[in-house]
Design a protein around this ligand. Sequence first.
Ligand SMILES: Cc1cc2nc3c(=O)[nH]c(=O)nc-3n(C[C@H](O)[C@H](O)[C@H](O)COP(=O)(O)O)c2cc1C
Length: 355
Amino acid sequence: MKTKKLLTFAALVSIISGCGSASRENFHQEFSNQIEKIIYYASLAGNSHNTQPWYVYVESDSVLFIKADFSRKLQIVDPDARGLFISLGAFIENLELAAGSLGYKAEVKITAKHKNDSNVATIYLSESQKNGYNLSQIENRRTLRTPFHNTEISKDHLNNLIDNSSSEIFYFSSSSEEGKYIAEQTLAAYTQQAQDDQAKQELANWMRFSNSDVEKHRDGLTTSGMGITGFGGFFVRNFYKPEDSMKDSFIKTGIEKTKEQIENCGGWLVIIQNEDSPESWIKTGRLYQRLNLVCRDLMIGFHPMNQMIEEENFEEKANERLSQSGVIQFIARVGYVDEYPPANSVRRSVKEIIR
Ligand SMILES: Cc1cc2nc3c(=O)[nH]c(=O)nc-3n(C[C@H](O)[C@H](O)[C@H](O)COP(=O)(O)O)c2cc1C
């Protein structure tokens, strides 16, 4: 009897470990030319809900048009498309870095004039010396949602992250009054958003629990991307449907997890711009991407948490409290970590991004 039970348990463990979450490593991509490779690296950029709201028209070997895909916009939590343009800014930052590494100079001309403009940027590529940039930095960048150490970020590391002359990036340690305010308001805004029916439905639309959904869409929030691992991950992948993320029990767990996250970090990075415009959002996205890339190298976990500026009633107060003249565009929780798991959030194939 005991042996039978043991065998059943062993079989279960082997099923679970053999049924890992489909993640980036499962989708190998082949490239026909260097432009496809550059676009692949661009697509590894962080982006809201992993909607990947971009496509590219390749006009010629030297001219690319970067376009916004508004069918992928988050209508409820991002009605002004700020998060969408930030995502495109991150894409452009990766693109320029990857081009430099692969022997191209990329001149970026931002063309987006208003929040419904799908013509985001034109990229002029010219052949140049490879600049030695290490592409593994782009491959290894990821959003990390685990608890971080509460240790403050060191002065040296802050100097690496924030240019002395920057008037756009601010760091607030978790023990500062501002840091405490961000933590408390982020939790309250998250709780409000998590209970909003429309926001719940929108989030459910981007949940990719089962491996077959991950393989089909190659976007959205997956169990591995969200760090739901082990037996929990197995259970969610195999028995949960996207609509289950709207259930009270799931929401309660999300709020508890968020509380743990805001209580466990060294501080907060906040990007502030003078105005609200697609151009300043794209700039924010480029800065965000840079910060995330450098944090990874310094073993600093990086976790965007923008609920405080997504929820209107919180946003106004946050701007009054934290920003003298500008508008808060982006907030991330940061802190030292001992372990940085591999980047695993999936991306659509380059062939699908190029039109
Ligand atoms: C504008 C913006 C807002 C985001 N907000 C959140 C957030 O509130 N919570 C979160 O866990 N991740 C957030 N993210 C991170 C994305 O979910 C993440 O970049 C995406 O799922 C891809 O995963 P990766 O960064 O690991 O490649 C945000 C990203 C962007 C660009």
